[in-house]
Structures are given as C-alpha cells and as structure tokens.
Design a protein around this ligand. Sequence first.
Ligand code: KIV
Ligand code: ZN
Length: 511
Amino acid sequence: MTEKLIVFDTTLRDGEQSPGASMTQEEKVRIALQLEKLGVDIIEAGFAAASPGDFSAIEAVSRKVTKSTVCSLARAVRNDIDRAGNAIKHAKSGRIHTFIATSPIHMVNKLRMTPDQVLERAVEAVKWALEFTDDVEFSAEDAVRSEIPFLIEVFNAVIQAGAKTINVPDTVGYSIPFQWGDRIKQLIEKVPNSKNVIWSTHCHNDLGMAVANSLAAVLNGARQVECTINGLGERAGNASLEEIVMTIKTRQDVFNLSSSINTEFIVPTSKLVSTITGYAVQPNKAIVGANAFAHESGIHQDGVLKHRETYEIMKAEDVGWGANKISLGKLSGRNAFKSRLDALGIQLDTDDLVNAAFDKFKLLADKKSEIFDEDIHALISDEYSSAMKESFKLIALKATCEINKNPHSSIVINCNGENKSETSEGSGLVDATFKAIEKIVQSDAELLLFSVNNITSGTDAQGEVTVRLTKGGRIVNGQGSDTDIVIASAKAYINAVNKITSKLERAHPQV
Ligand code: KIV
Ligand code: ZN
C-alpha cells in the first residue's frame, strides 16, 4: 500500500490574492465544484473575515461541495475564527486554518508581539477553532525565516492544544530545496508527538522554486501540500497543483505516494481558472501550457511518431488534453442546455438567468456550429457579469477599419440608466473602442494589461479578453468573451471599469 499525499488547494484563497484575481461567489462555487471533480482533498474556499462577500462565498461552497473538505483561513484572532467557523458550518466536512507569524521580522515589525505572546495566541486560536470543528490546521507564517527552536515550541504547544495538521509555509519564497527539506525533517524529528499530526507545506514561488521546495518537503515527511491551479497566488504565486501531482505520479520510483487527483480533469480545471480569473496560462507552462505536449523539431516529431515515449514522459490525454468535447450545437434545446449546465456543476439561481443564458447560447450557436464546455463556461461568466448591478453596460458598438484610414469606433453605453454615445479614432479597432469608452466612463484608470486568448480552436472560436486596470492602488481584472474580439475587448474594459468604480474593499489576511 502506498501512502497518500493530501492535496490542499488554495486557489480560492491564496490564488485570489493575485492582483485583480478576485472572484464572485458564483465563480468560486463553479471552481470549487470543478476542484471537487478533480479530486482535491481540501478546498480552502477563502478568508471569511475578509468581507461579507468572502464569508457568503465560503458558506455557498460549504453547502454545495460534498466530497472535499471545505476550509476557511482565519488569523489567530477571535473574530476571524468565529467568522471562519460560521462560514463552514454547513460543510459536510469543514476545517479551520488558523495562522500567526513566528519569524522575528514579522513578530517585531508587523505583529508587535513578543514570542511569548505569539505562543499564547497560537494556542488560544487552536482552542477557539476547536469549538467549531475538530479539524483544525495551524500555520506558522514565515516559518522559513523563523528560528527552529521557537517553531518547535509553538508546534508542540498547538499539537497539545488539538491541532491536527501543522503547516510550514515558505511565505516569502526564500528557501531552496535542500534547506527546505532539511527544515521539515528537523521539525518532524524534534517536535514531540509529531507522528500524531499531518505535516504540511505551503511554498511561494518568488525564486521559482515553489514546486521543488514542496517536493523536497514531501521527500522529508510532509504528507499534505498546499498548492493552486496554474500556480496562481500572492506575488509570484504558489506551488502549482498540476506540477506536484504529475511529478508524484510520473516519478513513483522516487516518491512512492498516491493522491486522489483524477488527473484527466487537470487541463479543464486549469482552463476554467484561467477563464474566470483572467490569468492566462503561459504556452510553455509545464502540464497545462498549450505547448506542453507539442513537438516542434522534426527529429522530435519523427521520434514521437515512431514511439511516443522517445520524447514524452506523460500522456497528454492523462492530464485532460483533447478532452474538450463538443457538448451542444445549433439545434440543442433549452433542456439539453440546462442538463449540460447541471453536468458542468453550473447552478443558475433563477429561471430568468437560465433563460438569458439560453438566449445567449442560441446567439452563439448561430455564429459557431460547435459549442464546447469551455464556451459554456465563458458564456456563463459573461451572463453573470451582465446581470451584476453595474453602473455601465454595453448597448451598441460599431467599429470599422479600412486600409490607409484610421480605425474608428462608435459606442453606446448605458450609464446608470441613461444611454450615452461617443466616437473615437485610434491606432487599431481596440484602441479606438477603449478611447470611445473612456470618453463616456471617464474612469482615469491606467491600463496594465490587455490580453486575448482563444477559448477553443478555429477562426470561429470565441476570443476571451482580459483587461487589467489600476487606479488609486487598486487593481482589477475585467473579462469579456465573444466570437468578435473587438466586442469581447469592449465587454472586458467595461467589466473592469465597473469593478474599479465599485467600492468593494476586502481585508488582506496577512496585513
Ligand atoms: O504564505 C503564507 O504563509 C500563507 C499562510 C496564511 C499559510 O498563505
Ligand atoms: Zn501563502
């Protein structure tokens, strides 16, 4: 019997700390149901004390997910733990993940607490959390820069208080694999009763070593890894789930561990997270990048055709490449559409939303003969963003270009109930359209990123556009999809403007 590696996914919490990646409740539920299908053991659905929106998203995930454990993060303060405990109340299996920083630099400058106070608070936090669930995880934030004797003291105390999982984070992505492995080994050897708990690791990618450090921890006794889809996360991100899982699976000779991940759902999950967050996956990203299984050189192509294993260590189908299925077409009716939504775990709250989504599906099916699951996900994201209470809505757009003439765009936007029109020229159709929109909305935001991806292949594929805007220190991502990329771009820009002009503020767990 091989031992099991527990996969703890934090895409919905640490992943959401990526600039502009914040997700709506509906989006979080959709990703959570996909993570459940993927087979992750624990879904960290958010940080309940961050805002009422975060609280209700965790609550909604707790009600919908039945197989995976649902977890909320909580600082080691009473209010956070109460919020977390109440948010996971309806989960079939719920966990509270509480943390406090243990490094001198954090204790002195951020917490302004002495080591004794930190120790006492850590124990109190675990005891408070146990009032809600017996599944309590404790993390020593910035463990990488904490002194080992102090870590041993804190971990010993929280284990005695009842913590079941001990997480050792490299919060700032500073470690290198042999040191990280050695740190985990020392802790497991020296903390009394360490055999009674699961040791976990949570590594950031600031030096590009999050996956390598996580795997070093596993080789030295960690049996839970905290990771995210596509490596999303604070700053340079977290360890990527797909890379860890496929390394364990491909290199059984080294790890001899199993996981409960259904690897054929890796690529669809990666695509869903990228569609929803607007974080495109780089083409050469391991496992889920578009080129991960593409062979360019003639010698490689020849080798693979003769015998696949000459250049391939994994099968593309095993991670879900080529799994996108034509799910619906022009002739599909409302019932077929609704059952496809159910199969994809998409639960639209009202009949009006289903009807509106079905109308959009029909329009799309007129333009595109084959509708894939990815198209449906994009369509639903679009449908939800246009159903949100938004100050600005796209009403009409006409964009024209001609050789040797300046591209020109005229647009009509509904601004809080009143239609306004503007026109503009630009260096291209998208530029002209953004300038025309800006004349109406006057957001004064700075454009940080404009990216276009095709959702499926073919020239009739939907273009999925992400626009990242910043203003006054806030960063937001707007998304839009359409078979016409100028329209998709306009939708994405307006979506971002709606977000940046709304007053939504959330607390950050680590501040
Ligand atoms: O990076 C970190 O230390 C964290 C903790 C809250 C686990 O995200
Ligand atoms: Zn983190």
